[in-house]
Design a protein around this ligand. Structure first.
Ligand SMILES: Cc1cc2nc3c(=O)[nH]c(=O)nc-3n(C[C@H](O)[C@H](O)[C@H](O)COP(=O)(O)OP(=O)(O)OC[C@H]3O[C@@H](n4cnc5c(N)ncnc54)[C@H](O)[C@@H]3O)c2cc1C
Length: 493
């Protein structure tokens, strides 16, 4: 077995990718210290706790339970050693803004009936779509997600090339979904999960139809204590393996080289043999490294397609919000305009497509008695002007929209309110232009076209997390930790 005994590693950033990498490296015998600029572990999966309310600030959908099982199993544990899971029913609810409402439930037969009501044959089309999506998930996870093919020559292997063709990698999601469903609402239902990948139906490769297998078949779950409970579990596992954590300790520079790094921090330098950065890639590359050590130039980062930022409202509400499910989407019947206002002509969306999360529907501990915890997430373009006036105006737009389209009137019942948007993403997470998620999964930013785990110029420096492979999302960042640790072990084990 490969060993890192005797190697010291500093992991910069305690997001999911950083926490995961730390577990693998500590398990291989390295002496691992994670430093995090913010006051808590979890990165974008931070928690907001105030006046008896508790919110997951970022991720709230626990998807791909198989990935978490595999992660904990590597260390001879199971997720249930750290947290319980509740299968949500419905998985989510959709309000279309013409008064129509759909629940996507764990019962596929029920969902097929719902699809059939919109279009003759759509129930059977859903079954075929999900079969393809399952196949893509299985092939994709085995050949392209858990195996990191970071070089073009990795794709020249005939078997791999055949698998990639089978995945219909190149078409757009829009075209793929149109092959199965004509009704615009059914197309929207199948495409909404792309927002999780930071893309739009037009710029995301059809490969990602595997996401439908994720939300329809594998299910949507709620972990005990929310996603924060999962972060606690991974951090506890790390402690058991010997990882040390320090919060409120930002890295300001990465100097030195393999075997003799200097990680500068305001509290003094750290001197590890190896460094893993989980901070966003552009920040690591452009701000923590001196120019001759950077893997890319400023033009490269400027030319990338970034996933949306978000306008978030965390609301403590007096009374119930029964109209909303734990996860609820509110969608305009024509959402092209919203996607255009994210990717083509950036502006605060006039007719927003947004997401509401009500964890108090499932968890009594997230709000005081007689109250509900609700957060609203509106994807918006990164880099927009984010002023108190914009926010105030937009808050009113959202409260009006919620009332009009879901019947949930919050005015006069809001006892706690926090907002979080573009400037906060940039400040809190050092994210480029305030993107909420990092590099979008466009075709040119998928698989080997994402920046690599090994620094291009600095031996002994590795990068992990959502900007590298496999990509965005809590499960993907857990896997990113595994792939990064594999590279470290290949080089030093
Ligand atoms: C609003 C929102 C909703 C989401 N919803 C979902 C969902 O429902 N399901 C899902 O699976 N995923 C979801 N995601 C995506 C998911 O949260 C992310 O993809 C994932 O958590 C990112 O992990 P990461 O490893 O890239 O690290 P990050 O979370 O990006 O963490 C990086 C860490 O590095 C720290 N850092 C930065 N610079 C420095 C420095 N100089 N020194 C020290 N530390 C530094 C940051 O403070 C941060 O803690 C959502 C994200 C957001 C923002």
């Amino acid at each position: 077995m490969q060993s890192l005994a005797g190697e010291s590693v500093v992991v910069i950033g305690a997001g999911v990718g950083g926490l995961s990498t730390a577990c693998y490296l500590a398990d291989a015998g390295a002496d691992v210290r994670v430093i995090e600029k913010n006051e808590q572990l979890g990165g974008r999966a931070s928690r907001l706790e105030r006046d008896g309310f508790r919110f997951d600030m970022g991720p709230s959908w626990y998807l791909m339970p198989d990935v978490f099982e595999r992660f904990f199993d590597t260390f001879d544990r199971t997720p249930s050693d750290y947290y319980g899971l509740t299968h949500l029913d419905p998985h989510y609810r959709i309000f279309f803004k013409d008064g129509d409402q759909v629940d996507v439930t764990p019962d596929l037969e029920r969902t097929k009936d719902v699809f059939e009501e919109y279009e003759d044959g759509a129930g059977e089309a859903l079954e075929r779509y999900l079969e393809k999506s399952k196949e893509n998930y299985e092939v994709g996870m085995e050949h392209f997600v858990y195996e990191d093919r970071s070089r073009l020559r990795d794709y020249l292997d005939l078997d791999v090339a055949r698998q990639a063709r089978g995945l219909s990698l190149l078409g757009s999601m829009q075209g793929h979904v149109e092959d199965y469903f004509e009704h615009p609402k059914l197309q929207q239902i199948m495409q909404y999960t792309l927002v999780f990948l930071g893309g739009s139906p037009k710029n995301t490769p059809a490969l990602y139809n595997l996401m439908s297998h994720v939300d329809f078949n594998l299910g949507v779950w709620y972990p005990e204590d929310g996603i924060g409970g999962v972060i606690d579990g991974i951090a506890d596992l790390g402690r058991e393996l010997g990882v040390e954590y320090e919060t409120n300790r930002p890295a300001t520079q990465i100097k030195g080289r393999e075997g003799a790094f200097v990680v500068e921090t305001p509290e003094g330098p750290l001197r590890p043999d190896l460094v893993v950065s989980n901070a966003d890639y552009p920040h690591t590359d452009q701000e923590l490294l001196s120019p001759e050590r950077q893997g890319y130039d400023a033009d490269y980062w400027e030319s990338r397609t970034y996933a949306p930022s978000a306008f978030l409202l965390y609301l403590g509400i007096e009374g119930d919000v029964d109209e909303l499910a734990h996860h609820t989407l509110v969608l305009p019947t024509d959402w092209n305009e919203h996607f255009d206002q994210i990717f083509e002509e950036p502006a605060w969306p006039d007719d927003p497509a947004y997401y509401c999360c009500v964890p108090s529907e499932t968890d009594d501990d997230v709000a005081p008695d007689g109250h509900s915890a609700l957060f609203v997430l509106v994807p918006i373009a990164p880099g927009l002007e984010d002023t108190p006036e914009n926010r105030e105006q937009y808050r009113e737009t959202i409260l009006d929209d919620l009332s009009e389209n879901t019947g949930t009137d919050l005015r006069g019942r809001i006892v706690l309110e926090e907002q979080f948007s573009i400037e906060d993403f940039a400040d809190r997470y050092n994210s480029y232009d305030g993107t909420a998620l990092g590099l979008a999964h466009t075709l040119r930013q998928t698989a080997l076209f994402r920046p690599p785990h090994r620094s291009k110029r600095v031996d002994g420096l590795y990068i992990t997390g959502g900007d590298t492979t496999p990509g965005i999302g809590v499960p993907m960042c857990l896997i990113s930790g595994e792939l990064t640790a594999e590279k470290v072990l290949e080089d030093h084990g």
